[in-house]
Design a protein around this ligand. Sequence first.
Ligand SMILES: Cc1cc2nc3c(=O)[nH]c(=O)nc-3n(C[C@H](O)[C@H](O)[C@H](O)COP(=O)(O)OP(=O)(O)OC[C@H]3O[C@@H](n4cnc5c(N)ncnc54)[C@H](O)[C@@H]3O)c2cc1C
Length: 400
Amino acid sequence: MKTNRTVDHLVIGLGGLGSGAAYWLARLGQEAGRDDVIVGLEQFELGHDKGASHDHSRIIRYSYHTTEYVRLASEAYETWDAVSSEAGEELVVRTGGIDLFPNNSAIPIIGYTKSLDEVGVAYEVLDASETMRRYPQFKLKSDVVVLSQADTGIAPAIKGTSAHHRLAARRGVELYAGVAVEKIISDGAGDLTVVTSDCVYRTGSVIMCADGWSNELLKDLDVQIPLEVTREQVVYYPTPDTDLKSFSIGSFPVWIWMDNPSFYGFPVYGDLAAVKAAEDVGGQPTTARTRSFATDDAALQRLTDFLGQTLPAMVGTTAPRVKTCLYTLTRDRDFVLDTVPGHPGLQVGLGSAHGFKFASWFGRSLAERALTGTTRSAIHPFRFDRPAITDQDFVPNYMT
Ligand SMILES: Cc1cc2nc3c(=O)[nH]c(=O)nc-3n(C[C@H](O)[C@H](O)[C@H](O)COP(=O)(O)OP(=O)(O)OC[C@H]3O[C@@H](n4cnc5c(N)ncnc54)[C@H](O)[C@@H]3O)c2cc1C
């Protein structure tokens, strides 16, 4: 027999984004003198590795290709700093970062420098020789131009997500792991019903942050977001001890190779015996429900060949360790942060495979909208009624 409950807010999915929403709903509600009943539901165990928010590190940066993202990046740092101070732990590690643009790169530097200039974020443009003087680990052709920004760093995915869980629970949010949402029912006028195996929840406010599983939950409402789910992999190269120090924070930056294929990497962090690197959008299409955890050998070879050219000391003789993870991509690679058209009270938050740095910001913005109907942030680019979602002929572009 299913129980029936009426709650003020229900969050579906407790990865980086959903856990952020659970935390900020409680915090902002309590700061406004409210005592809302907030429930968070997660189909797997908290902190699991089947979605997109596990592993030690994610890149956080101001350097983005539009002024909107650069401005939001400052809110991303701000929201993580707010959570850090309440959690009493460091949830953003500033390491310095370089974006490398080879000649005629698929991702032009102008979008980045123009956006940083407009917002007034300091950065440097370096040539290849100056970059190699600062970071001798790199072997670069002379035509590579580099954007260096001091605030780029690491947003620890596991730590940040579990800090959201811990603080949300401490503020009275009911978090249930191992509870899958089977169905969302909407009367189209703000009355929402969420059905699980043992409970039927009635509420006027649902925040869905289900990433790769989003369309599974939206299909009963005849809503589908054009999304591609890919199985991505990150690789830990067990660099010889002799070189490990030179890849540590302070000696080595977060880096992104801004071309197609695009690669990125980190200084040593979390896994202290290896250096992490990966390819952006190098994975095979899959679904969140049927994905495998197998290594893509061709992708691994592509990355290792690139590193052999560009960061040769990183590639030792010991076999690297591979972890897989899911990307869920909108066709313009922009986020979704909006109310589902025709279903007031039902919000979707989706990070389009670059959302972890913004996870706490997503949480705050979704919570503000649930509590007050609006948010302080500029979210217009992330609405449902945009060509990448509504135009069937929209051509996907993930290289931004
Ligand atoms: C390899 C890799 C590298 C990345 N690098 C970066 C980076 O450097 N910087 C950056 O900012 N971002 C990066 N990202 C993207 C970022 O990690 C994601 O955008 C972000 O983690 C998405 O968080 P989420 O909470 O939306 O998704 P998830 O963590 O996948 O959470 C969704 C949750 O919903 C739950 N769920 C789904 N359906 C149901 C249901 N029916 N009932 C109950 N629960 C349900 C799932 O179990 C899951 O826990 C990277 C992603 C990957 C995979």
